[in-house]
Structure formats: C-alpha cells, structure tokens
Design a protein around this ligand. Structure first.
Ligand code: GDP
Ligand code: GDP
Length: 445
C-alpha cells in the first residue's frame, strides 16, 4: 500500500503550489490529457524513490459555514485517510489563531504530523521561524514552495515521519533490472469508477457466473477487497473498490467510494477496468480517474456500462462523446456492457488479458533499435538549433508502464509532436493495445 500524505492548512498558505511541485512528474506520459491537470486534489508523487499518494485540501478558515464548512469537512476527511498530515503555515502571516486551533486538532489526531512554514523567501528564518516552535509539532521545515526551495529536504522529512529511507535511484541499474513476469501468476484486475456507475453490480456479475470459481482470500484489507478467481483456466485477482462482500447468499456493497482507495487499487493492479455510466455523459471524475491510471502507467480497459435501455440515438451520442473526450486513451479497448444483464461482461476478460500481455511484452534491444531506425526513415526527426537530433539506439526500460528508452544526441530536445509520433509508431508496430507507453529520452553527450 502506498503511504497517503495530506496537505492541510488555511487557504492561501501555498498548499496547491507545494502539491504541484511534488506531483510534477519529470517525464510525463506522452499523451494529450486536456484539462486533467487543473483542479487536481489527488496525485502520485515520488519522494526520493518512494511513491506516495498526495492529497491537497481546500483549507480550513476557522469560520466554518457554507462553502468553508464543506471545505473543512473535506480537509478533515483527508486527515482521516492520511498516514501523514503535513500542516502548512505562512511565514509572511506569522502564526495565526486559526493555525493554533488547527495545531491543537492535529495533536489530538494522534497521527504522524509535519509542520511546514512556507513563503520563507525574502525573510530571515532566524526571525520568522521561532514562533512556530510554540505550536508543539516539533521543528518546522522552512520552504519556499513557489521556488522549489527546501522541497527536497521536506521530502526527506516526510519519509522520515513515515519511517522510510530515501532510496538512491540508479538509472542504469533500474534499466538492467528487467523483472520477468511469471505467466502463471494471477492477473491483478481492478474495477474502478465513480459512484453509481455499477461497480458492485459488475463485481457481483463476475463472481456470480457459474463458470467462475471464487477463492477465499485471507487477510482482506480495510481498503479494497481482493478476490481470487479462475475463469476458463486463467487466474485473476479481482481488486474490488466497491467493497462487495459475501453476506450469506448475496454479495453486497459495504463501503463508500474513496479516491484514496481507488488510487491504491490502481497502483496495485496489472490492468484497470475503468467503468463509466453510458446513460450519463462523460464526467470530469471519469477523466480524472483515467488520468490517474495513465499517470500510474497501468494497462487499462474502458467499459461503458448500462448499455441496456438506451435507444440508438442515445448510444450514438455517448459514443461520440467518448471519442471526443477520451481520445487521449484511444489505445485502450472500449466495451459497451450491461453489468445488470451480463451482456458483454465476459468479453472484458479477453481485453484484460490482451492488455496484460501487451504491458508485459518482451522486446529485444535490437528489435527496438530496428524500429527506431525504421521510424526515422519514414519520418525524419526535426532539427533542433539547426542540428539534427541523432537517435542512436533504443531499448525496453521496464513494464507497467511500458517504457521505451531512446539514447542519442540532443534527443532530450525532441519536439513533443515527434515524441508522439514515435510512441504511436512503436504502438502500431508492436501491436500494443491497452498499455500506456512512456518514452524516456537520454542524451549520451
Ligand atoms: P493554497 O490556497 O493553500 O492552495 O495556496 P496556493 O498554493 O494557491 O498559494 C497562494 C498564494 O501564495 C499564491 O499566490 C502563490 O503564488 C503564493 N505562494 C505560494 N508559495 C509561495 C512561496 O513559496 N513564496 C511566495 N512568496 N509566495 C508563494
Ligand atoms: P457502484 O456505486 O459503482 O458500485 O454502483 P452499483 O453497482 O451500486 O449500481 C448503481 C445503480 O446502477 C444500481 O441501481 C444498479 O442497479 C444500477 N446498474 C448497475 N449496472 C447497471 C446496468 O448495466 N444497467 C442498468 N440499467 N442499471 C445498472
């Protein structure tokens, strides 16, 4: 399970700024994800070699009414879900009465906490910091989030609070460590989606089919429920975020939707089945979930549920909408299903298997390099600063996500459109369905 870290504090102390600093990925997936980065409240961050889930919160004002009340409620929920609460204050405002109230609340929470004083830029820390010792949460970490100052040290302090050691990432070694996937191990398949799209109905359907053998899984967690099953001689572990449990003869949902739970499930899966509701439009939340899946680099199958009961016009409408808004994930198989009636449900397994196999495909360095040369013959790489970019060789850097590492001169400056071309070229030639591809460009000069 990934550690969960919540950022809390008054509005305007710099929580979103810090969130963005920490979640900004060095080498984002080459994909057009319009609008996905705005208004993000949850994200994956990498702190010195450890992946964590980060929650940004709206802020607590101390005068909780109306929208403030809702914001405070969300913040408190995040605090409950977190393993570590990072409490931000503003060095320019100094310690305020609301800060003190919040500190009091945090001390009572009995959870790992870290006090951070932001906006230290232009101030003398010796003068600005001492008053913050008084809140009784230990030594404050001073940062300037907007300038990235102190953020790396803060990352270490966060890990220390979680009892984790920083891990040095040795790139070359990471590339060499190509873990072989045991073809007989169960495919871990997570069912995710926003509330009411039909997750529990689908899980029930998957478990209820008489060809399915369900095994008891010892040590179910408080989070998702893991169910081992077998279908047509193939093994799966169903990661059920809806929390369907067997109660007597029927399975029923016992838990509410939680983003953290969903993110954990995505992280833990080989293949994620993203369930949507075809009787409604594609929502922001659907897009966000898809964004998280791609960010985590997991293979994905998309299923539009509740296909029953829609007339042809409605069906066309939702198909167009999916094309338009989920175009950035057009490498994933799309199914139209009815979890309620079971229509199309069996076919999901075929796509899950295909995505799993694609994500774990082994390709030799010579084949990867051949393809790189072929791609350049078909469409020459552009010049950068009047010099042609020279791509020398390519190799597979790892699975989940499928990583293509390209070495050469000036390659790090390849324009984004050419990077996309390369990704699409490899996808087509290697017939990679359902698996996101990440491109890594390494200058050898
Ligand atoms: P939030 O409401 O806590 O999420 O705060 P924001 O991240 O939106 O930041 C509030 C304001 O503080 C914005 O105008 C930021 O540009 C500014 N800010 C954030 N971090 C720093 C910093 O390190 N130094 C300074 N001077 N300003 C900052
Ligand atoms: P969850 O919150 O994602 O677990 O969603 P549920 O499985 O609880 O389903 C929410 C509602 O949608 C329930 O009333 C289900 O009966 C209904 N539902 C689920 N799947 C289908 C479907 O394929 N067709 C129709 N018409 N309704 C469905």
């Amino acid at each position: 399970m990934l550690p969960v870290i919540a950022l809390v504090g008054r509005p305007n102390v710099g929580k979103s700024t810090l969130f963005n600093q920490l979640t900004r990925s060095r080498d984002a997936l080459v994909a057009d994800m319009p609008g996905l980065t705005r208004d993000r409240k949850y994200g994956h961050a990498e702190l010195h070699g450890h992946r964590v889930i980060l929650i940004d919160t709206g802020g607590i004002t101390g005068e909780e009414e109306g929208i403030d009340w809702e914001m405070a409620k969300q913040s408190r929920l995040a605090m409950q879900e977190a393993d570590l609460v990072v409490f931000l204050c503003d060095a320019r405002d100094g310690l305020t009465p609301v800060d003190e109230e919040l500190a009091q609340e945090l001390r009572q929470l009995n959870k790992a906490c870290l006090l951070v004083v932001n906006k230290i830029d232009g101030l003398n820390p010796d003068i600005a910091l001492p008053e913050f010792f008084a809140v009784g949460l230990g030594e404050p970490a001073a940062i300037a989030a907007a300038h990235g100052r102190g953020v790396s040290l803060l990352g270490e302090a966060m890990l220390a609070r979680l009892n984790l050691e920083p891990v040095a990432i040795d790139d070359e070694e990471g590339e060499a460590a190509e873990e072989a996937v045991d073809p007989n191990r169960p495919v871990r398949m997570a069912i995710v989606g926003r509330p009411n799209v039909g997750k529990s109905t689908l899980v029930n359907r998957l478990l209820g089919e008489d060809r399915v053998v369900v095994f008891d899984h010892p040590g179910t967690t408080r989070d998702s429920i893991y169910i081992d099953m077998e279908r047509r001689g193939k093994k799966y572990t169903l990661i059920d975020t809806a929390g369907v449990r067997k109660r007597g003869k029927v399975f029923e949902a016992v838990e509410k939707f939680s983003v953290v739970k969903t993110l954990q499930a995505i992280e833990d899966a080989d293949v994620v089945v993203l369930l949507m509701d075809a009787s409604e439009n594609v929502t922001e939340q659907d897009l966000h979930l898809l964004g998280y899946i791609m960010e985590a680099g997991r293979a994905v199958v998309i299923a539009a549920n509740k296909w029953d009961g829609l007339d042809n016009d409605q069906r066309q409408l939702i198909k167009d909408e999916i094309d338009r808004r989920l175009g950035f994930a057009d490498f994933a198989r799309l199914h139209f299903i009815s979890a309620l009636h079971g229509t199309g449900v069996g076919d999901l397994f075929e796509s899950v298997h295909e995505a799993f196999d694609c994500a774990n495909l082994s390709v030799s360095t010579s084949k990867m390099t051949d393809l790189l040369e072929q791609a350049q013959r078909e469409f020459q790489a552009p010049q950068v600063n009047r010099r042609r970019v020279k791509m020398r060789y390519a190799h597979l850097g790892g699975h989940n996500p499928f990583r293509i590492v390209i070495h050469g001169t000036q390659v790090a400056r390849l324009p984004i459109h050419y990077q996309r071309y390369l990704v699409n070229f490899y996808r087509r030639e290697l017939k990679l369905v359902g698996a996101p591809i990440k491109l890594e460009l390494k200058d050898s000069e």
